[in-house]
Ligand binder design. Structure first.
Ligand code: SAM
Length: 258
């Protein structure tokens, strides 16, 4: 059913499109841990009318895509993982498998943040030695980023104006020295051009990851493009050849790599 030609035809039928989005089904990570990270939830109405239409709905990213992206970073001991637009916190759960000092999430929806914190408690009870996880009900315009070594994760949370707001905050942290080294990991990098234009950042990685076989059918695609930037400040030596691949934006919800 997920072979590209069959999928192309079937997704033209509204009922089948919902099936293909896959996020309505209970995800294997939830079956394994008893958490709630599945579903499709509309973003709350933005308080600032200028940004209406720039908020993406909640839909969890795929754990294997997050893991493959994090695996490119090397040693993350002492880094703070920060998911901007964390929703129900699936990336926080995955990040807690790594040696991050802390995993933080921020989302504009207080309801989603409540669910994320309940999920985090379940994981902490089951794995008490994992890094602490905490989610906060804050939109990108209000949030204050942590200092030190930081790995920001994004799964298409909002449009270009809000992404520029986030970049301003990251650049201010780098300029003041509060952020000593930064990774920006962008799964489905629809607004990746915003980071490509920054003089504070350089590409670390660009590639396409296939969904794990067990996750096919639980998200809208069968593979995801991921681009990762690192700060010039404290930069690690480059190791990935194809990191400059151009991002092709298909529409406000999907991007691919050329
Ligand atoms: C596609 S979901 C990604 C969820 C999560 N990061 C993941 O990978 O599973 C995008 C999330 O961004 C949140 N969001 C939208 N606009 C936001 C804003 N201005 N500030 C913070 N979060 C926002 C939505 O509520 C939604 O939960």
């Amino acid at each position: 059913m997920f072979a590209p030609p069959i999928r192309r035809v079937c997704t033209r039928v509204p009922l089948l499109r919902a099936v293909y989005s896959g996020c309505l089904r209970r995800h294997p990570i939830d079956l394994e841990y008893g958490t709630d990270t599945s579903g499709l939830v509309d973003a709350p109405t933005q308080r600032d009318a200028r940004f209406a239409g720039q908020l993406c709905p909640y839909m969890g990213s795929q754990p294997t895509i997050i893991r493959r992206a994090l695996d490119t970073l090397g040693n993350v001991t002492g880094y703070t993982f920060v998911d901007i637009g964390c929703g129900k916190g699936r990336p926080l759960i995955v990040a807690s498998e790594y040696s991050f000092a802390l995993a933080l999430g921020y989302d504009i929806s207080a309801n989603l943040v409540r669910v994320a914190n309940a999920n985090a408690m379940k994981i902490a009870q089951r794995f008490p030695y994992r890094p602490p996880m905490r989610a906060f009900a804050q939109g990108v315009s209000e949030l204050q980023l942590p200092a030190g070594h930081v790995a920001v994760f994004l799964f298409n949370p909002f449009g270009p104006d809000l992404m520029a707001t986030l970049l301003d905050k990251l650049e201010a942290g780098l300029a003041s020295g509060e952020i000593q080294h930064l990774f920006v990991i962008y799964d489905n990098p629809v607004c990746g051009a915003v980071f490509d234009r920054s003089t504070y950042l350089q590409r670390w990685f660009a590639g396409v990851f296939a969904y794990d076989r067990r996750e096919v059918g639980y998200g809208p695609e069968i593979e995801e493009s991921v681009v990762i930037w690192q700060s010039r400040r404290g930069a690690r030596p480059d190791v990935f050849m194809d990191r400059a691949r151009r991002i092709a934006v298909k529409d406000s919800l999907s991007a691919s790599l050329e």
